[in-house]
Design a protein around this ligand. Structure first.
Ligand code: ZN
Length: 182
């Protein structure tokens, strides 16, 4: 499907509305919506992705996990393909954090092409954030642990757009150069 600016903007507006009360965990408590916009931006600008389903799923990727939004609602508004990708990248919030991380790592390789791209871009953005504007109170050890896990998930999703994989690898190297030494 060709990319339609109006459908992309509708997804931006929807995500902005759903995340309107949320902030990131960094010191400045940045608006949450900056994150899904950055994920879509990495895919579009850094990886050259122009597939509408992937870009819209990137914009909506945290709405079900972090807000009251349901997969059904996304299906009605943005179609079943977008809904399927968002479902794939949504963690089960009832599971403990380590369990969610283990499952993400394990299932990454079997995800759809679209879900893999969203996951890699999500991890690239999160690694950048953990390096340059970490959540308040995170020790260097916790930051390193997160970066290594996120890079491993990105690696398990690799193989679709080589340049995106290189961006993820470079982000890991840069992160370890910055926060890698105790
Ligand atoms: Zn995310």
């Amino acid at each position: 499907m060709p990319t339609s600016p109006s459908r992309i903007l509708r997804a931006v507006a929807f995500a902005a509305d759903r995340h309107r009360f949320q902030r990131r965990k960094d010191e400045e408590a940045s608006p949450y919506i900056n994150h899904p916009i950055e994920v879509a931006e990495v895919l579009s600008i850094e990886a050259g992705v122009d597939d509408e389903v992937t870009l819209i799923a990137a914009l909506l990727h945290d709405t079900v996990e972090d807000t009251e939004t349901t997969i059904e609602e996304i299906g009605e508004l943005f179609g079943p393909m977008v809904a399927a990708v968002v479902a794939e990248v949504t963690d089960d919030p009832t599971l403990p954090r380590n369990e969610r991380r283990r499952i993400q790592l394990e299932r990454a390789g079997g995800a759809s092409r679209e879900a893999k791209l969203v996951k890699i871009a999500d991890k690239i953005c999160n690694i950048r954030d953990v390096v340059s504007r970490p959540p308040t109170g995170w020790s260097f050890e916790r930051r390193r642990e997160y970066v290594l896990w996120a890079a491993a998930v990105a690696k398990n999703c690799a193989g679709i757009i080589p340049h995106l994989d290189t961006v993820a690898e470079n982000e890991l190297s840069r992160a370890m150069a910055t926060i890698g030494n105790p």
